[in-house]
Design a protein around this ligand. Structure first.
Ligand code: ASP
Length: 332
């Protein structure tokens, strides 16, 4: 065989192999089909983090029980917590950053994977509603800082002072004590509210809103406004949200991880447990590192798990309105 003919033949052969590979890849196309069933026996249903979730769920339930959407339910629900002045970790009354400025983070996600978020937002009472406007009125997902504030004002949100006298006093005491250690994140300081709801149509939405880590550096943004970290929803599978030390949640793309585990057949409880254990495995020192995950699959089954004891969540559905202690890995 001449060298030219050999090259041509082998090129053809290689092409054939490549082509065959192509055909095969198309035939065995990697599929991303959730294996979670969807009878949705539990709908409508709403769950949210911590004891403040009880009041928030009632707001959400008003919407759900009137055949409203899960999106409206989660927005209305967490707005209640954002307005609670004696809550030190969400909305007005939240503890400020190191410089005495209250900065808020929030995000929202609907059943069509549409999402919006704000980070480091100042002087606005309802970051969750600003996040929804980012989702609905802009081509973006996230606005932060001055840009988020300007956008909120442009959309007609009123400017208010978020630093209550009580929070200001606590911040002044903290400054005077020069105690710059990590604030403990536990059930007593009430934490972020993350909420997941499934409406009567079986659609799932989620919301997450917080003033974040008390006395953080100015400009710090945690997991709560980050889609995939503090919150993730995929209507074909379910949703998840997180609370606790945001930096640790971000490191494992926490809520997205929980949803992907459910996509591949884990129950919400198993998915939360695996994500918590991944966080533990990825940190050399978990002293004071509290993280809790809360999840719901598209069957309306729920699960929750945390690194340390003390995490709880509110669950509301027909004839049920209760606070449930999450399972956990460690005692404090
Ligand atoms: N995850 C929130 C943050 O890191 C804090 C919290 O849930 O308490 O900002």
């Amino acid at each position: 065989m001449s060298r030219r003919k050999f090259l041509k033949t082998s090129a053809l052969a290689t092409g054939g192999i490549l082509l065959a590979g192509c055909v095969q890849a198309t035939e065995n196309k990697a599929i991303d089909k959730p294996i979670v069933p969807k009878p949705q026996l539990n709908k409508p249903i709403v769950i949210s983090t911590w004891i403040h979730g009880l009041d928030a769920n009632q707001g959400a339930w008003k919407v759900l029980s009137n055949k409203g959407t899960a999106l409206d339910a989660v927005e209305q629900g967490v707005r209640i917590t954002e307005s609670e002045k004696d809550n030190r970790s969400v909305g007005i009354g939240g503890l400020p950053d190191r410089d005495g400025i209250v900065t808020l983070d929030a995000c929202i996600m609907n059943h069509e994977n549409e999402c919006g978020a704000v980070g480091c937002l100042t002087d606005i009472e309802h970051p969750i509603s600003v996040a929804r406007k980012v989702m609905e009125d802009t081509p973006h997902v996230m606005l932060v800082g001055q840009g988020a504030y300007d956008f909120a004002i442009e959309k007609g949100f009123p400017k208010i002072d978020l630093l209550t006298p009580e929070s200001k006093t606590l911040w002044e005491e903290w400054k005077a004590s020069e105690d710059l250690k990590k604030p403990e994140i536990n059930s007593e300081n009430h934490d972020t509210i993350g909420m997941l709801a499934m409406d009567a149509d079986g659609n799932i939405s989620g919301a997450c809103t917080t003033s974040g880590w008390a006395y953080k550096l100015h400009g710090r943004i945690g997991d709560s406004p980050i889609i995939g970290a503090g919150l993730f929803v995929d209507n074909e599978v379910g949703g998840a949200c997180a609370t606790g030390l945001g930096e640790a949640v971000i490191r494992i793309a926490g809520s997205a991880t929980v949803v992907e585990l459910m996509r591949h057949g884990k129950s919400p409880q198993e998915a939360c447990e695996i994500a918590v254990n991944r966080i533990i495995a990825k940190h050399k020192d978990i002293t004071g590192l509290q993280v809790g995950f809360l999840a719901m699959n598209n069957n309306g089954e729920v699960g929750a798990h945390s690194v340390f004891a003390g995490f709880n969540y509110a669950l509301t559905k027909k004839d049920t309105h209760e606070l449930i202690d999450a399972t956990y890995e460690n005692e404090w």
